[in-house]
Design a protein around this ligand. Structure first.
Ligand code: AMP
Length: 545
């Protein structure tokens, strides 16, 4: 029997309509590349997005066309989030931290029709403009008075000219909620990057789930500063979430150093933020060095790679900022799990609580997780047994864009689960803990050693800025762990001191065999350690006997 309920498609434009109607005077503050601090309201956002939608149509952008951006977090990027997807085109956020050759490859693969860019990326756009095959127009996201005096870029348009030239009257089209809305490519640490093509439906459902109290816990009383870039998995969905709940938004532009962020947190009264551990490291260093505090910040989401427990200690114990450890993937839109404690955990002591928070967390409604052995057999949820993490849900991809890489769900036969490539445990309460990436696992004498545990311990040493643990060939054990360490500026620590630091903290045989000191650990375009590059650098490394 069919129900009698309305069939209203879940469209991204409805988030904007809601924000305009119910939170029209709420503020969006942006530090812009032009150097100013810009303020507008959700009412302005909605009006400008409609003007831009008219501009897109006038410039020949049709339903389903890919519209690319190379841009920081800012109000114009937000306008494009809604103008492009709302009008039925597909927003493709390019990652400017990639090598220009990779940007060209991805833009061609996506068949982008137009590219919007922040002025910061003018040199990058000049380098790729004659190489990209499908882009017909380039739009500098600035006003006429900041347009480059001369440029080799063909068909270069000005964003504010487009806004001024087009009417704010535009009716958002209504279409099937399964229509593609945005496209993000994976970091591509192996092989070519692959595209995750999200739908309006998957995006709206993901937005509901991320706003929940056991997720980001956001409301109209929040002031949200997304540090995670809008070119990395849609800033974890925050541009959509902010419209859904009507929160004040603060965009940091390109200024992601500790000093700039802390200033903005304080002057704009930020209550909630989100980003990868490397950014928070810079922020904490600045706050510690200058004896500052956070007067309005209540919580921050930390994810993208493991949040070192030492970072949680600093945020929670020293500064009173709650850390929400989160796990996700481009392929999951990205939210998969969050480390929020349950009511029954209220009685835990500080050490037990921190151990639970260090896990990557439990899934919100909408994400189903399990761990499996090498044949696809489900493993127990006992918090001890580890296996490959499989996920499914309405905001998990079913295939990569253009079918690249075959059918990912057919990994262990056609079961409808997405293999994450992460190795994890799941406990009886549903708390998942990543112990490794399947390709980062160190296998010593047939037993797995979790490189993340080894890194977390090293990172807790006061002299260590960053630590990576990789497996290197060993004649007897096949592989043994090598700890690669970048020291904090001016800090001193010896190999022996670091190895002794593991005593009593870990099974003896897990202790790394050696320590290699480096100036810096190579990071990928999304802030993750490039372990494959380290493995290459240390391929012929000879461990001491
Ligand atoms: P990306 O698609 O670039 O967001 O990368 C997704 C991958 O990042 C996951 O498969 C994990 O390996 C890693 N990752 C994300 N969040 C975490 C976390 N909280 N702890 C450990 N690894 C994480």
């Amino acid at each position: 029997m069919n129900a009698n309920m309305m069939q209203q498609p879940l469209l991204i434009s409805t988030l904007l309509n809601h924000a305009e109607r119910h939170h029209g005077d709420q503020e969006i503050v942006s530090r812009r590349v032009e150097g100013d601090l810009h303020r507008q309201t959700y009412g302005d956002l909605a009006q400008r997005a409609r003007r831009m939608a008219n501009a897109l149509v006038a410039n020949g952008i049709r339903f389903g066309d890919r519209v690319a951006t190379l841009a920081w977090n800012g109000h114009r990027h937000m306008e494009l989030y809604y103008a492009v997807s709302g009008s039925g085109a597909v927003l493709h956020t390019l990652n400017p931290r990639l090598h220009p050759d990779q940007v060209v490859w991805i833009a061609d693969h996506a068949e982008d029709q137009v590219l919007f860019f922040d002025l910061t990326f003018l040199p990058l756009v000049e380098a790729i403009a004659s190489r990209v095959k499908t882009i017909k127009a380039f739009v500098a996201m600035t006003s006429r008075d900041h347009m480059p005096a001369s440029s080799t870029i063909p068909n270069l348009l000005c964003y504010e000219d487009l806004i001024d030239a087009h009417s704010p009257e535009f009716t958002w089209p209504v279409f099937d909620e399964n229509t593609a809305s945005s496209l993000c490519y994976t970091s591509g640490t192996t092989g070519n990057p692959k595209g995750a093509l999200y739908s309006h439906r998957s995006t709206v459902l993901h937005t509901y789930a991320t706003a929940l109290p056991d997720s980001f816990d956001c409301s109209s009383r929040d002031t949200i500063l997304p540090v995670v870039p809008m070119f990395h998995v849609n800033a974890w969905g925050l541009p959509y979430l902010a419209c859904m709940v009507g929160a004040k938004l603060v965009f940091p532009g390109p200024w992601l150093d500790g000093k700039s962020l802390h200033e903005l947190f304080e002057t704009e009264g930020v209550t909630m933020s989100a980003g990868v551990p490397t950014v928070w490291q810079g922020l904490l260093a600045h706050v510690e060095a200058n004896d500052l505090k956070f007067s309005t910040m209540k919580r921050t989401v930390i994810g993208g790679s493991t949040c070192p427990p030492a970072m949680m200690d600093a945020f929670e114990d020293t500064y009173g900022v709650q850390v929400i450890h989160a796990w996700g993937m481009t392929e999951l839109s990205p939210m998969g799990a969050l480390g929020k404690l349950k009511g029954k955990h209220a009685g835990l002591d500080a050490v037990q609580r921190r151990a639970l928070q260090a896990k990557q967390g439990r899934s919100p409604y909408g994400v189903d997780m399990k761990i499996v052995d090498e044949h696809g057999g489900e493993l127990p949820r006992d918090g001890l047994t580890s296996g490959e993490l499989m996920v499914r849900g309405p905001w998990v991809i079913a295939a990569y864009f253009k079918g690249e890489g075959g059918d990912p769900l057919a990994y262990f036969g056609d079961e409808g689960w997405f293999p994450t490539g992460d190795v994890a445990t799941i406990d009886a309460d549903g708390f998942m803990q990543i112990t490794d990436r399947s390709k980062d696992v160190i296998k010593s004498g047939g037993e797995w050693i979790g490189s993340i545990d080894l890194e977390n311990i090293a990172m807790a040493h006061p002299a260590v800025a960053m630590a990576a643990c990789i497996g290197v060939a060993h004649p007897r054990w096949d592989e043994r762990p090598l700890l690669v360490v970048a020291k904090k500026p001016g800090a001193e620590v010896t190999r022996e001191e670091l190895l002794a630091f593991y005593n009593g903290r870990i099974a003896k045989w897990w202790t790394p065999d050696d320590v290699a000191f480096v100036d810096s650990i190579p990071l990928g375009a999304t802030g993750k350690m490039l372990k494959n590059q380290l493995r290459e650098t240390f391929r012929d490394y000879r461990l001491p006997n």
